[in-house]
Design a protein around this ligand. Structure first.
Ligand SMILES: Cc1cc2nc3c(=O)[nH]c(=O)nc-3n(C[C@H](O)[C@H](O)[C@H](O)COP(=O)(O)OP(=O)(O)OC[C@H]3O[C@@H](n4cnc5c(N)ncnc54)[C@H](O)[C@@H]3O)c2cc1C
Length: 294
């Protein structure tokens, strides 16, 4: 299979990228790692007139700290780097762990953080994980930069809040408080396959032993990451107990409305998601500063 013909541009800066996008906002596609775009082109599911290659544009591949102390991961940072960067692993181990579940190493060597987020695949690991971490997407367009909270960024399957003419330049994430436990759990048919369902969780307890932070996001169970808005209300002030995590898992299972497809039924996905939720919360609490009651 071969892609349809297209013009190919290799801008050297983000300004050049936005300039090129301005010329044909609806007819351009950005090329990052190409791990999703190339199959789409080959299958003729995308037929852009111009491909704007981000691989030579400077300033998109840094992992740095913002003046506010957030971790800023450039859109062109490869998924493999997320997995192997030691400093990042110390600050955001949940992100590191999630990256390990993406496909296989050769794909992660090319695939980028920005490409995965912008592609907005409902079964992808990074979108849900960045939602669990409360990340913010930094998007640049002809009118400058804007920031979109992760939970508002994913609008539907393969649809994000990036407008034509814009690109994702980075994602910014606050480091969770010291002592925050984390967990990423997923079920896939084979190692490296897209998840049937998955859960990313953070849990922190205060000095009195009660939970004071819980965040959760699920993948593979709808067209966008599922982020229960009742989680803090339900968990904060409670002791980190297995029974609480099971209750939350059951509520998640009952609330979800996933889809049937060739890989799994909706009911299977709901049940797996409920179990993964309880297990991820228990594992996160066990890794954190609280004493988990069994
Ligand atoms: C066999 C196989 C298995 C895979 N398994 C998994 C898996 O288990 N989990 C998973 O999460 N992914 C999986 N993937 C997808 C992989 O993670 C891709 O790397 C990812 O989806 C896209 O990243 P990319 O850098 O390759 O982006 P590209 O393919 O280059 O681009 C993807 C889309 O995002 C747009 N885009 C890219 N960068 C930007 C930007 N900075 N701003 C705005 N738009 C942008 C492109 O225009 C395109 O529409 C798999 C891929 C393959 C080939």
């Amino acid at each position: 299979m071969k892609p349809p013909p297209f013009d190919y541009a290799t801008p050297r800066s983000v300004d050049e990228v936005t300039e090129l996008l301005r010329e044909a906002p609806d007819e351009s596609s950005l090329l990052a790692g190409g791990q999703s775009l190339m199959p789409l082109l080959n299958m003729r599911m995308a037929q852009p007139r111009v491909i704007v290659d981000l691989n030579r544009a400077k300033g998109l591949d840094a992992i740095e700290q913002t003046p506010e102390g957030r971790v800023r991961v450039g859109a062109m940072v490869r998924q493999r780097r997320i997995e192997t960067d030691r400093e990042l692993r110390d600050r955001l181990p949940l992100l590191t762990e999630a990256a390990r579940h993406i496909a296989h190493i050769p794909i992660r060597m090319r695939g980028t953080v920005g490409g995965s987020l912008a592609h907005a695949d409902p079964a992808a690991e990074l979108p849900a994980t960045v939602c669990a971490l409360g990340g913010r997407m930094v998007v640049r367009g002809p009118d400058g930069e804007r920031t979109i909270p992760a939970e508002e960024f994913f609008l539907g399957a393969l649809t994000s809040a990036i407008d034509p003419g814009e690109l994702l330049v980075a994602v910014e994430i606050d480091t969770p408080p010291n002592g925050t436990g984390w967990s990423f759990r997923e079920v896939a048919r084979t190692h490296g396959a897209f998840a049937l369902a998955g859960a990313a969780a953070l849990v922190h307890s205060g000095e009195d032993g009660a939970i004071d932070l819980m965040r959760l996001a699920l993948l593979g169970v709808g067209s966008v990451p599922y982020v229960p808005d009742w989680i803090a209300e339900t968990a904060v002030g409670e002791g980190p107990e297995e029974s609480l995590f099971r209750r939350i898992g059951e509520r998640v299972r009952d609330e979800l409305a996933p889809f049937d497809d060739v890989h799994a039924t909706a009911d299977y996905r709901r049940r797996v998601a409920g179990v993964l939720t309880a297990r991820a919360l228990a594992e996160a609490a066990g890794r954190g500063n609280g004493r988990v009651k069994r």
